[in-house]
Design a protein around this ligand. Sequence first.
Ligand code: GDP
Length: 297
Amino acid sequence: MFDSLSDRLGGVFDKLRGRGALKEQDVRDAMREVRIALLEADVALPVVRRFIDQVTEQAVGQSVLKSVTPGQQVVKIVNDALIEMLGGDQTAELDLEAVPPVVIMMVGLQGSGKTTSTAKIARLLKEKQGKKVMMASLDVNRPAAQEQLRVLGEQVGVATLPIIAGQQPTEIATRAMQSARLQAVDVLLLDTAGRLHVDTQLMDEMKAVAAISTPRETLLVVDSLTGQDAVNVAQSFAGEVDLTGVVLTRMDGDARGGAALSMRAVTGKPIKFAGTGEKMEALEVFHPSRVANRILG
Ligand code: GDP
C-alpha cells in the first residue's frame, strides 16, 4: 500500500531535512518532486495542483524558512495537507444512531468486492460492537450471489435472510425489513445487485430499495486497483444516491494509492473502510491521519 509514493516522498524529505537552512527555491524544487510522486501514484490532476499550491504557499512563508528547523516544518505542512486530502478529521465511524433495524445499504459495480465487504462489515459489527446483525442479498442478476452471501454469513456467524427464488430486489428488501423487525435485529445490511456499468436500471433499483429501507448508511464499494476509474464511478453514484461513505477494496494489492488519495477531494465522500485481503478479518477502518503516517513513514 502506497509503497512507491512512500519511497519517493521519503527521498524528498530526507533531502529537505538534511539541508539546514532553506531557500524558497529549495522548497519549490522539493514541491516539484512531490508533484511528480503524486502524479505517479495516479492522484487526480486537479487534486495534485491544489495540494501543491496550498503546500507551497504555506511552506515558502518567512516564518517557515527563517525557523530553526525549516525542513521539519515543511515536512509537517505536507503531512497536514496529506491528512486533509485523505479526509481530514472525518469520523470514520458508521452512523448507526437510528431506530433499529438500522439499515446499511451496500452499492457498487459487479466484482468490486461488495458481497465480501458486506460480510466483513457484518462481522466487525457483531464482533467489535456486539450488535445483532442480519444480511440480505438483493442481487438477483448474478447467479449464486445470494448463495455466496449465505456461505459468508455462516463463516462469520451472521444470519442471512432465507433465499426465495424468483423474488425481485424490492420484494426481498421488504421481506428483509419485516424479518429484521420480528427478530429484533440491530443492523441490517442489504447487499444490492451489481452491474458491469453504471446504468439507469441499477440506479432505479437502488433508489427503490432505499425508499423501502431508508438506509442510515449507503456505502459504495469500489476497487482501488481501478485507480481514477474508482473515483469516476463514485462520482456517478454520488450524483444519484445519497452516499454516506466509500469502501475501498483491494488496498492490499494497490501499490500506488491514487483512488484513496483522490476520493475525498473529488467526490466529497469519506472513505470509511479499506479492504486489505480476501479473508473476513481483512478490513480496516480508514483513519486519514494513520494512513498519512503510513505514507510518510
Ligand atoms: P462483488 O461482485 O462486488 O460482490 O464482489 P465479491 O465480493 O464477490 O468479490 C470479488 C473477489 O474479490 C472475490 O474473490 C473476493 O475475495 C475478492 N476481494 C474482495 N475484497 C478484497 C480485498 O480487499 N482484497 C483482495 N485481495 N481481494 C478482495
